[in-house]
Ligand binder design. Structure first.
Ligand SMILES: CC(C)(COP(=O)(O)OP(=O)(O)OC[C@H]1O[C@@H](n2cnc3c(N)ncnc32)[C@H](O)[C@@H]1OP(=O)(O)O)[C@@H](O)C(=O)NCCC(=O)NCCS
Length: 266
């Protein structure tokens, strides 16, 4: 079995690294006609800037995984809006990716032949708004009820990002009843999950990880298991300028208790 199939590549771009006007103009030149239409429809300057950086981010990262120019990537979306590559080049067709952003940064997961979902949330999100039986399972609500306020907030964020990463890996959007997947975070460093039959899925089909970025932002990754142990490789990027190895701290893993995952620097 090819060990590269076990790799999930995680990339982060900090928007503040990309605000140079000439760089933003270079990013605009990478946009496809439909991306230009979307870009022109955005009326808030900061949103426009974040959007063009995100588009350049996706395109330049993908070009590190297949011999295709950043301008040449073509995308399609499923019925729930999940983007996928539609270039016919053999190497491109096997790439799966997913994107998530906050106001400050965007992250991307890239893998070969395995579905991935990623979610990043900054800790200033008002999680109390989501303390709802439509989102959290009875198990999760009961676990949250036993926690001190600071731990409660931390676990809220962890449940939220894990659920979003799962939903984004499947690409089923809000049609997935989030309270039907129950994460158990009782064991420090560990993640386990239960899925109700209605999801037509099993937890052992997926790998879950929770990471923390250098400024304390929480990041969840969900990746389909493909028979090869999952490893993650982490990089910071300024699209069209450079790529650097880095390490996100692993907060939790569904393989906690096994030998620690090595974050290889490449
Ligand atoms: C897109 C969705 C999956 C997540 O949106 P989000 O958390 O606001 O946004 P993120 O920054 O994490 O991700 C957005 C990116 O995901 C990708 N995306 C869009 N639809 C997607 C889907 N159905 N599945 C996977 N990825 C999707 C896109 O690349 C999008 O970025 P882009 O529009 O710049 O291309 C959407 O279903 C949603 O709004 N979810 C909210 C669900 C909720 O209520 N959660 C409560 C807490 S558990």
């Amino acid at each position: 079995m090819n060990p590269r199939l076990g790799l999930v590549h995680l990339y982060i771009v900090e928007f503040s690294d990309c605000l140079d006007a000439s760089l933003l103009r270079e990013y605009e030149k990478l946009l496809s006609p439909d991306e230009i239409v979307r870009q022109q429809s955005l009326t808030i300057d900061q949103v426009r800037v974040r959007n063009v950086i995100s588009r350049a981010f996706v395109r330049t990262v993908l070009s590190h995984h297949a011999p295709i120019h950043p301008r040449e990537w073509r995308f399609t979306t499923n019925g729930h809006g999940k983007p996928a590559i539609c270039n016919e080049h053999g190497a491109a067709a096997r790439i799966a990716f997913n994107l998530s952003h906050t106001r400050e940064a965007a992250v991307m997961a890239v893998s070969i032949d395995r579905l991935v979902g990623i979610d990043i949330e900054s800790s200033c999100v008002n999680l109390e708004l989501c303390e709802s039986a439509r989102i959290f399972s009875a198990l999760e609500l009961s676990a949250l009820g036993t926690l001190r306020p600071d731990k409660r907030r931390e676990h809220f964020l962890e449940y939220w990002t894990l659920k979003e990463s799962y939903l984004k890996a499947r690409g089923t959007g809000l049609s997935t009843p989030l309270y039907k997947i129950a994460f158990d975070l009782a064991v420090p460093g560990a993640i386990s999950a239960q899925m109700a039959p209605v999801l037509n899925d099993r937890p052992d089909q997926w790998n879950f990880r929770l990471f923390e970025t250098q400024n304390g932002t929480v990041l969840a990754l969900c990746a389909a298991r493909n028979g090869v142990p999952m490893e993650t490789v982490h990089r910071r990027i300024i699209p069209l300028r450079g790529l650097w190895p880095m390490t996100f701290k692993t907060k939790r893993s569904d393989e906690a208790g096994r030998p620690p995952e090595s974050h290889r620097r490449r």
